[in-house]
Each structure stands twice: as C-alpha cells, then as structure tokens.
Design a binder for this molecule. Structure first.
Ligand SMILES: C[S@@+](CC[C@H](N)C(=O)[O-])C[C@H]1O[C@@H](n2cnc3c(N)ncnc32)[C@H](O)[C@@H]1O
Length: 273
C-alpha cells in the first residue's frame, strides 16, 4: 500500500536542527510541488539561461542524458525538445509525478525512474554521455559521505569520456557577505519571495512565500564552491570548468549561482584547485 501523502511540511520541533539527507522527500510535499512551476516560471527561466546547457552538451557531443534531479521536468522537457535522448530521475515520487504530467502537457512521455543518487546504479543501468544535476539540488546532501557516494555513483554512470553538469547557489557569498539576489536566474516567478531564514556553516534554511500567503521551506547544506570542486576531483573527475551565472568570467561574490562542468576524460595532469 502506498504511504499516505503528507499534507504539511514537518521539520521537527527545532527546524534548524533538521540536517538529514533523507529529509528531502518530506520537504517536497504535494502542495509545494504544485507551486514549484510558479516559483521557477518555465518561460522566464528558459529565457534567462538561454541555450547554455544545450550548447555545453552539444559542444561535447552528448546525446544520451541522465537528468538526476528532474524536479517538475523543466530541463528534461527542454532537452527532449532540443533533440537529446533523456532519462529523468528523482528521489521524490511527488516531483516525478508532476514531471510526467508536465511532459505530457508538452507532448512527451518522460522516461522516469524514482531513484536516490546514493544508490543510482542499483536502478540505472547503461552509461550516459552526460548527467545533469541542476537547480541547486546537490545541496540536499547533508553528510560528506553522502556527497562522495552520490558523486561516485554519477561518475560510474557516465561513459569513459562523459561529463557531469552540477550547479549550486553561491553559498560563499551568502556565508561571507549575507544573502542578495538578482532574482534573474532559476527562481524567476513573479511575486514569490525566496529568502534564507537561517544561515550557518552547516545549514541554510530557505523560506518560499507565495502570493496566496502559503509558505514552504527547504533545509540545505551550504556548499562552498572550492569544496564542491575538490570533491569532484577526489572521486576522479579530471577537469572542472566553473561558470558564474552562465558566464565564464565573473567576480567571485557576484554570481547567484555557479555551474560546474566536470569531465571524466583522462588528463595527464588533472586540475589542481
Ligand atoms: C531544488 S529541486 C530542483 C528541481 C529541478 N532540477 C529544478 O531545477 O527545478 C531538487 C530536486 O532534487 C531531488 N533530490 C534531492 N536529493 C536527492 C537525492 N538524494 N536523490 C535523488 N533526488 C534528490 C529532489 O527530490 C528535488 O526534486
């Protein structure tokens, strides 16, 4: 029998003490998932990121893509429409159900697999040219062991010359200078406020407020840019390019988001950070 659907988010008696990787499934309750597309606004998001991801994938000759953080399907649908072959995964059944529905609305049948990154290879067989893990998703992993395990699973699922595209908020700026946003990328919806209610070195607790006065939260681990790059190198990625708000050059504190493109192909001398 399926588990009863949770109606409200629950972070326990002390929400800032909730720092567990497994908690993400309970955070994406149906009511929040139903608001997700208003939050990200597909049209504005497509405009703001342009063809950045499509170009990165095409330039490197990728055809088979694994979208490991499908969410409501924004990138899966965009990539299918751009001609890529896509398999769409997520650990949240609520998110995948919504993605499937969104896919149908755009005239596509998404190939969905519910799977947690830490056990990706248990359910995903075969190898991919590229994996995308987008929308500040990796930040849901709260222990270093979970982050290493997930990256190792991504690495193993890629072809020998495959690559991973993984993005994150600019947590360095948030931790060092406080939160600001251009409200231009990722969360583009109108009249929706996204704000970190709590920030420390082990947690950023974001609050999402919608015009109908509903509010939701996500508890996230604040990944420093150099730390994410180092973990990728340590699991074996040989070369990592990091973009700031889709640009190659930027001042460290300026971008709202970083996008890492981590390549697996062997290099005589791997990057040093
Ligand atoms: C912030 S949402 C981003 C969704 C989508 N990529 C976007 O940009 O709109 C993060 C997604 O990652 C998924 N996720 C978080 N931790 C996961 C894990 N350990 N395994 C699989 N999926 C996970 C969540 O279920 C959620 O759908």
């Amino acid at each position: 029998m399926p588990a009863p659907q949770q109606k409200k988010q629950y972070f326990g008696a002390d929400p800032v003490a909730c720092r567990e990787t497994d908690h993400y499934r309970e955070e994406y309750i149906e009511a929040f998932v139903n608001k997700w597309d208003a939050l990200i606004d597909w049209e504005s998001r497509a405009q703001s990121e342009g063809d950045f991801f499509i170009n990165v994938l095409r330039e490197r000759g990728a055809k088979r893509i694994l979208d490991v953080a499908t969410g409501t399907g924004f990138h899966s649908v965009r990539l299918i429409e751009a001609g890529f072959e896509v398999v769409s995964c997520d650990g949240s059944a609520e998110m995948l159900a919504k993605a499937f529905q969104n896919g149908r609305q755009h005239g596509h049948i998404l190939r969905t697999v519910q799977v947690d990154w830490r056990w990706l290879n248990r359910d995903i067989h075969g190898h991919y040219d590229a994996i995308i893990c987008l929308g500040n998703s990796f930040t849901h992993l709260f222990s270093e062991n979970d982050r290493r395990k997930a990256l190792a699973e991504f690495y193993a699922t890629l072809k020998h010359n495959g690559f991973l595209i993984l993005d994150q908020r600019n947590y360095d700026a948030i931790l060092d200078h406080g939160y600001t946003t251009k409200h231009t990328y990722y969360y583009c919806g109108d009249n929706i406020a996204v704000y970190p209610e709590h920030i420390d070195h082990g947690l950023t607790r974001f609050k999402y407020s919608f015009p109908d006065r509903s509010t939701f939260h996500l508890n996230m681990y604040p990944l420093r840019k150099s730390y994410t790059r180092r973990l990728m190198q340590e699991v074996g990625f040989q070369h990592i390019e990091t973009y700031g708000d889709f640009q190659e050059t930027y001042r460290e504190s300026e971008p709202d988001f970083f996008i890492h493109v981590a390549e697996k192909a062997y290099r005589e001398v791997p990057d040093s950070d």
